[in-house]
Design a protein around this ligand. Structure first.
Ligand SMILES: CC(C)(COP(=O)(O)OP(=O)(O)OC[C@H]1O[C@@H](n2cnc3c(N)ncnc32)[C@H](O)[C@@H]1OP(=O)(O)O)[C@@H](O)C(=O)NCCC(=O)NCCS
Length: 180
């Protein structure tokens, strides 16, 4: 199955909203939020496309003046689940984090989202704390972090993600900046 990873466009918003509807029961991103994120220079919205259909997406936030990026959202449409799309999107998120010279990627995940937690842990994320009453339904979040930029890379040598797709590695090496 060929998966094409590319920056989201405004025309993807309907498909992104359909994924939100299918996989999240609370805290869904709205049409307005997706539009803003896609247009924002401090966010990267990446879609995974399979046969011209949006099969998944991730959103990464980059705040100026901080050493970390945030994996704000990640989802795969149920019809495309368990085919490696989530892992590919995570690799892109790490590549984007490195390309923007951020040192780590952080995220929040519902404490009852055992599948996502185990995927993140296997990808090298570690728990750093919890936030009670974080989600709209009162569920606690688990904060997780993964270092992605090695010390020598932050000194000016070419950035290479500690893991990541060859796509993002190549982009980071050749341009030295974010691909999106
Ligand atoms: C979490 C999520 C993005 C994973 O996406 P995905 O495309 O199915 O993930 P992948 O196919 O890359 O699978 C990653 C791993 O999870 C496993 N996995 C995926 N779906 C699974 C399932 N239904 N049951 C058990 N294991 C599963 C895969 O086997 C793989 O494990 P491996 O590394 O040992 O092979 C997806 O389940 C999702 O959208 N969930 C709802 C939204 C969500 O919870 N997002 C995260 C919020 S922080």
């Amino acid at each position: 199955m060929a998966v094409d990873l590319r920056p989201a466009r405004a025309s993807d918003v309907d498909a992104l909203l359909a994924i939100e509807e299918a996989v999240f029961s609370t805290d869904r991103l709205s049409r307005r939020s997706f539009r803003r994120l896609i247009a924002s220079p401090s966010a990267a919205v990446v879609v995974a496309e399979v046969q011209n259909e949006v099969a998944g997406y991730c959103v990464i936030l980059f705040r100026a003046g901080t050493k970390g990026a945030r994996l704000y959202s990640l989802a795969t449409a149920p019809t495309h689940a368990a085919r490696g799309i989530g892992q590919q999107l995570m690799a892109i998120a790490e590549g984007e984090t490195t390309a923007r010279q951020k040192h780590y990627l952080g995220l929040e995940v519902r404490e009852d989202n055992h599948r996502a937690i185990s995927i993140y842990e296997r990808a090298g994320f570690r728990r750093t704390g919890t936030r009670s009453d974080y989600y709209q339904d009162g569920t606690t979040s688990i904060c997780m972090k993964k270092p992605v930029l090695r010390a020598k890379e932050s000194m000016g040598e070419p950035a290479t993600p500690s893991t990541g797709s060859s796509f993002s590695r190549a982009a980071a090496r050749t341009s030295g900046r974010a691909i999106l």
